[in-house]
Write a protein that binds this ligand. Structure first.
Ligand SMILES: [Fe+2]
Length: 464
C-alpha cells in the first residue's frame, strides 16, 4: 500500500437498473492505480496451456508464465485489493438537499475486497448522482473518494426518447489505446446513451499473458481491465447491464463440466455473478424503458447443458424456466418495440463447425422453438454479441432481424470473411466497433439500429 489507501482503482460499476432500483459495485485497492508499468507475462504455446489446464499443474501455471525471480505482484496490471470500509452518498440530480447516506460497510476479503449496494425506492426516469468514500478502518481518515451517476428508466406511461449502446468481446491485451483502454468507450460517451449493455466476453480467461487458470489469475485479469481509464470513467457514469459469455468463465464454448485449470465452470460463473459484477438473483431480466421500448437481457451460460449432447428437446442454452419467462413477459408486454439482447446469435449465420449457440446446426431444436415464438411477435428485434464481426441478418418475407454488434476493437475482429456476404446479410463488416439503438418518439415512435466503428462513426443504419 502507498501509505494512504485504500483507494478505488477499479471505480464503480452498476447493473440491473429498473424503474426503482439499481445495484452498485466497487472494490477497495491498495493503490490509486494499477501497476501498468510492471513486467510482461511470458506467452506460452496453446498446447502447453492445455496440458497445464488438464493436469491442474498449479506450480506450472505460474512458473511458465511469470519470469524467474518474479511473482504476480511484479507483473503488468497488478492491482491488489485492500481491506477497509466504504460509504455511499447519493441523491437525485440537482437535489443534494435530499441526499441519502448508506453508512460505512466493510468490503468482503472473500470476494476480492468488493462491496455491492442494492438501492431501492428510487424514482423512475430520474438521474442520480453518487459519491463513494474509502477508509482503512473505523476511526481512520477518508483515504479516497470518487463520483458517479446513473439514469433510471422511465415508467411504461412515459413517452421518452431512449438511446443505448451494445458492446461485445474485448480484453486487456487487445485494447486499441495502450494507455487508456478501448476507444469505443469515449466514442460511446460522445453519443450520450441512456444506458449500455455489454453482452459478454468482457475479458478472456483462456487467452495468454496470462492464461487465467486459477481464481487468483482470473481476479488479476478482472482487476487489470477495470483499472483502465476509459473503462473506469465510462462505467462510473453510465447505467449498465453486464452479461457474460464463455471466455469470462474459462474455456472457449464452456459448459457444465468444462473446468478451466484449477477453476471449475461453476466457480467461473460465481466469480462473475457474485463477485466481479453487480449481482442479481437470476441472470435474466426484462426492463421497460418508457412507453415505447422494452428490453430482454437473457443468460446464455448458467442454464445450459453440455454442448456435445445430441440435438433435441432436452438440449438447451436458455433452460426451461428462462424460456417460459421470456414467452410470458413478451406476451404481456404492450411496448411498441421489443429488443431481445442475447450474448450469442440466434439467427447467425455462423461458421459451420461451431457448436455453442442457437444459430449452430447442433441447436436447431431450441432455435426453432424460440424463433417460432418470435415470428408471431410484432416489432421484436434480436441484438447479439459473441461473433467478432458486425452484421445485420434478415430473412426475406419474415419479421426476423438480428443485429450483431461485433468486437470491441479492430484488432479483435475476425472469424468471418468479408467476401462471404450471404443472401440474409443486410450488412457485414469484419471490423471492431459497437451498435447503438435509438428510439425516437416524435409524432410516431421509430427505432433505429446503427453500427459504429471504434471512433463512433456510423457505418450502417436500419430504421423501422
Ligand atoms: Fe468473443
Amino acid at each position: 500500500m502507498d501509505g494512504n489507501g485504500p483507494h478505488f482503482a477499479n471505480g464503480i460499476k452498476n447493473g440491473w437498473a429498473d424503474q426503482n432500483s439499481i445495484v452498485l459495485w466497487t472494490r477497495l485497492t491498495q493503490d490509486k492505480l494499477a501497476h501498468f508499468k510492471g513486467e510482461p507475462f511470458i506467452e506460452i504455446p496453446v498446447g502447453k496451456m492445455k496440458s497445464l489446464a488438464e493436469n491442474q499443474d498449479l506450480e506450472g501455471i505460474y512458473n511458465t508464465q511469470i519470469p524467474d525471480g518474479l511473482s504476480l505482484k511484479d507483473m503488468e496490471g497488478y492491482c491488489p485489493g485492500s481491506e477497509g470500509q466504504v460509504l455511499l452518498k447519493y441523491h437525485k440530480y440537482g437535489d443534494s438537499a435530499n441526499e441519502k447516506t448508506v453508512d460505512w460497510r466493510s468490503v468482503d476479503p472473500q470476494k476480492d475486497f468488493t462491496h455491492q449496494w442494492k438501492l431501492e425506492g428510487l424514482e423512475a426516469g430520474e438521474k442520480y448522482s453518487l459519491k463513494i468514500y474509502a477508509r482503512a478502518n473505523k476511526g481512520a481518515q477518508i483515504s479516497d473518494s470518487i463520483s458517479g451517476s446513473f439514469l433510471l428508466p422511465a415508467d411504461r406511461q412515459t413517452k421518452r426518447d431512449v438511446k443505448f449502446c451494445v458492446v461485445s468481446c474485448h480484453d486487456y491485451n487487445r485494447r486499441d489505446d495502450l494507455e487508456n483502454g478501448h476507444k469505443i468507450y469515449p466514442s460511446m460517451a460522445q453519443l450520450q446513451p441512456d444506458f449500455y449493455v455489454h453482452t459478454g466476453d468482457v475479458e478472456y480467461m483462456d487467452k495468454p499473458t496470462p492464461y487465467a487458470m486459477t481464481e487468483e489469475l482470473m481476479r488479476f485479469k478482472w482487476n487489470r481491465l477495470f483499472a483502465l481509464p476509459f473503462q473506469r470513467s465510462f462505467y462510473n457514469h453510465h447505467t449498465s447491464y453486464f452479461m457474460k459469455d464463455d471466455h469470462d468463465v474459462g474455456f472457449d464454448d464452456s459448459y457444465p463440466g468444462r473446468d478451466y485449470g484449477m477453476v471449475s465452470f461453476e466457480r467461473g460463473l460465481e466469480i462473475f455473478d457474485l463477485e466481479q459484477f453487480p449481482s442479481h438473483p437470476k441472470r435474466y431480466k426484462t426492463i421497460r424503458w418508457g412507453k415505447d421500448l422494452q428490453i430482454w437481457i437473457v443468460e446464455g451460460r448458467n442454464y445450459r447443458n453440455q454442448n456435445y449432447l445430441e440435438d433435441g428437446p432436452e438440449k438447451t442454452i436458455w433452460g426451461t424456466d428462462q424460456k417460459q419467462w421470456f414467452y410470458n413477459t413478451v406476451t404481456e408486454s404492450d411496448a411498441t418495440y421489443k429488443v431481445l439482447i442475447t450474448s450469442s446469435p440466434i439467427l447467425g449465420p455462423d461458421r459451420v463447425k461451431k457448436n455453442d449457440n442457437l444459430s449452430n446446426a447442433t441447436y436447431s431444436y431450441e432455435q426453432t422453438e424460440i424463433l417460432d415464438f418470435i415470428k408471431k411477435q410484432k416489432n421484436l428485434f434480436i441484438v447479439n454479441g459473441d461473433r467478432h464481426w458486425q452484421y445485420v441478418t434478415h430473412f426475406e418475407n419474415t419479421n426476423l432481424w438480428e443485429f450483431g454488434c461485433g468486437a470491441g476493437a479492430d484488432v479483435h475482429a475476425g472469424g468471418w470473411k468479408q467476401e462471404d456476404f450471404r443472401p440474409e446479410h443486410q450488412f457485414l463488416r469484419v471490423k471492431g466497433g459497437f451498435l447503438s439503438v435509438s428510439l425516437t418518439t416524435e409524432k410516431q415512435a421509430a427505432i433505429k439500429f446503427i453500427h459504429h466503428d471504434v471512433a463512433g462513426n456510423p457505418v450502417n443504419e436500419v430504421s423501422f
